[in-house]
Design a protein around this ligand. Structure first.
Ligand SMILES: [Zn+2]
Length: 50
């Protein structure tokens, strides 16, 4: 999991910054909001927002 301030792609060889306009799924849980970003490289990175 990443903090929202350091939301970059988790894939090896890809440090692309993730933006809200990217394809994104939002999950709301009791502990906060989680966002799953799909990078252009195909990797999915999950961030946590409280
Ligand atoms: Zn990527």
């Amino acid at each position: 999991m990443l903090d929202k301030l350091s939301a970059t792609c988790q894939a090896d060889d890809c440090d692309r910054r993730l933006r809200e306009r990217d394809r994104m799924l939002v999950y709301r849980t009791e502990s906060g909001e989680r966002r799953a970003y799909e990078c252009v490289c195909g990797a999915v990175t999950v961030t946590v927002h409280r």
